[in-house]
Design a protein around this ligand. Sequence first.
Ligand code: ZN
Length: 337
Amino acid sequence: MLGSDEAKALHAEHPAIDLHADSLMWTRWIGYDLHKRHTPPLPRAALGGHVDVPRMRDGGMCAQFFGLVSLPLAYGQRGMARVIDEQIDALEETILRGPADLVLVRTPADLAAARAAGQMAALLGIEGAHALEGDLDRLDAFARRGVRYLGISHFSANEAAFPAYGRGRDDTKGLTAFGFDLVRRCEAAGVVVDLAHINKRGFLDACGVATRPPIVSHTGVLGAFDHWRNIDDEQLRAVADLGGVVGVIFCPRFVGGDGLDPVVAHFMHILDVVGEEACALGSDWDGFIVPTAPLADPTGLPLLTDALLRKGVSRAAIGKLLHGNVVRVLGDCQAPG
Ligand SMILES: [Zn+2]
């Protein structure tokens, strides 16, 4: 395991949970096997092949949220929900096939049980409400299969909202009536609202109606680097005021350069503006990005921990950033009963 003894100890106590990796897209497409250790053939250029169970273990992780993606640019097409189901099928088949090193979890109690059993945990989130094909009942069906967050938007306008970037972009428009219903329905179903990719108006609309903590599963912040993919301080405060968390993305294009320093700068800005309760990891591994070199796969996470320690971030804050904050949000958003 990479990193200092202090970083290793921190990860042993607060094993990392990452909010977004699109690995199941690759499992569905090419049978990418999460049980096996992979070595990307072109480490600096690889768009996928970042996450697997052995490297999660080496990186001091306990859980990975897998994003479920259906045609990011599509809208109004049929069959998008099926693509989501097929990615969940792919995970279930992977888990059934064994070895018993990976388990699908939903709650903090499940997470703790997986950790006690020495298993890595998989959590599920959907990227883009177009996957519901306009039918809110599908949300409940996905929740029953274990989906714990829903990204309202991806790269196209849909029934609920408009994207920060992509097809049908319209920065003057916020959530639609369907979008407002969707936020309420998510909260009732125990599905965390994910505000990655949505435009600012929709973002603030969702925060305005939310009563549970939302997340931004993978993003940068404008206070650290000016890019359309990043959110501003008003958005940060809106999420933090609700007790939500923001996962920092590891993509050099969005954080403003390669290496650990740009990623750390985004964490420092979030810590500065809204504090240690609001920080989380949001790698975007396997999501058609080339991650920053030291964080090209989960094994680099303890190096990020060391970089944060060098910046003077407290051990308690790092523990929350790696683990505690996401566990808290999962608990706060659990469906009643
Ligand atoms: Zn994304």
